[in-house]
Design a protein around this ligand. Structure first.
Ligand SMILES: NC(=O)c1ccc[n+]([C@@H]2O[C@H](COP(=O)([O-])OP(=O)(O)OC[C@H]3O[C@@H](n4cnc5c(N)ncnc54)[C@H](OP(=O)(O)O)[C@@H]3O)[C@@H](O)[C@H]2O)c1
Length: 253
């Protein structure tokens, strides 16, 4: 019996760091969902080397349901009767409006499509593939559907304003995670759904804002991936529907 996990947005940023770390710390095979598999294979091979042998690449654009459904069908045939122990949904984009006047229709729409609708439709086609299993190094026993959200998506925590499209798209994602958590429970699935905040991480997405962050609060992608995988490893059924920061603390919705 092999162990299988999936990372969507595995080619760069946090998704890549999570993939790399799981190659090094777990015995699992990884299904990597990326927009451009051949480009991703090239860039990932440089640092993963023979680790690539444990990666199966599938094309997914999270704004295109057909690609999500196709990937779920291929993943399902390849898994056979085995589950995905963990699905980590990472894609996200940021248009950082300081004022409502800076909200541009197409940018806001794209942000909602990637950040809010993307994980919703990935959940629709993949939730039934996620389930727990035997104790495995680096993984919890329960199956986990995890999305990378952001503290800025917390309505309770919004003391600064701005970032209209990003904040509201992540709030919508969080709400979908809550509903999915209820559905997983009603369906008596051996899986939970959680939203995760990775901290502020040195990636392309945060490039413009890194200078405003205290050095000790600005994480490398590897550092954040390590923190998040520690949080994930400790998850239990009782954590279903939770919103967790990189340090394991709960964030209010
Ligand atoms: N960096 C931070 O400080 C920070 C803080 C809080 C939360 N987050 C969240 O963490 C997650 C990862 O962000 P990151 O910092 O790693 O950003 P990043 O380095 O910019 O990477 C973004 C990833 O999303 C993928 N992506 C974008 N649109 C997509 C689409 N339509 N379909 C499939 N994949 C798509 C990109 O793939 P391509 O290469 O094909 O574009 C890339 O793999 C995001 O959800 C972000 O909101 C980040």
């Amino acid at each position: 019996m092999s162990c299988n996990v999936m990372v969507i947005g595995a080619n760069r940023g946090l998704g890549f760091a999570l993939t790399k770390r799981m190659i090094n710390t777990t015995p699992c095979n990884i299904i990597a969902g990326v927009r451009d598999p051949s480009k991703a294979r090239e860039s990932m091979t440089a640092s993963l080397g023979s680790g690539m042998d444990r990666i199966m690449m599938l094309p997914i654009d999270v704004t295109n349901e057909e690609t999500i459904e196709k990937a779920a069908n291929v993943a399902s045939s390849s898994l056979g009767s085995e589950p995905l122990r963990l699905l980590l949904h990472c894609p996200g984009i940021l248009h950082a409006e300081k004022s409502i006047k800076q909200c541009h229709y197409e940018d806001v729409l794209e942000t909602y499509k990637v950040n809010a609708m993307g994980p919703l439709f990935v959940a629709k086609h993949f939730y039934s593939l996620v389930a727990g299993g035997q104790p495995t190094k680096g993984l919890p026993d329960v199956g986990v559907f995890a999305t990378i959200s952001a503290r800025t998506g917390s309505i309770a925590d919004n003391e600064l304003g701005g970032w209209y499209s990003y904040r509201s798209s992540k709030a919508a994602l969080n709400q979908s995670i809550r509903s999915l958590a209820h559905e997983l429970k009603y369906r008596k699935m051996d899986s939970i759904a959680v939203a995760l905040h990775p901290g502020t991480v040195k990636t392309d997405l945060s490039r413009e804002f890194q200078k405003n962050v205290k050095p000790e609060k600005l994480f490398s992608p590897d550092q954040s991936a390590g923190y998040l995988l520690e949080v994930i490893e400790k998850l239990k059924h009782a954590d279903n529907g939770g919103f967790f920061a990189y340090d394991g603390n709960r964030i209010p919705y």
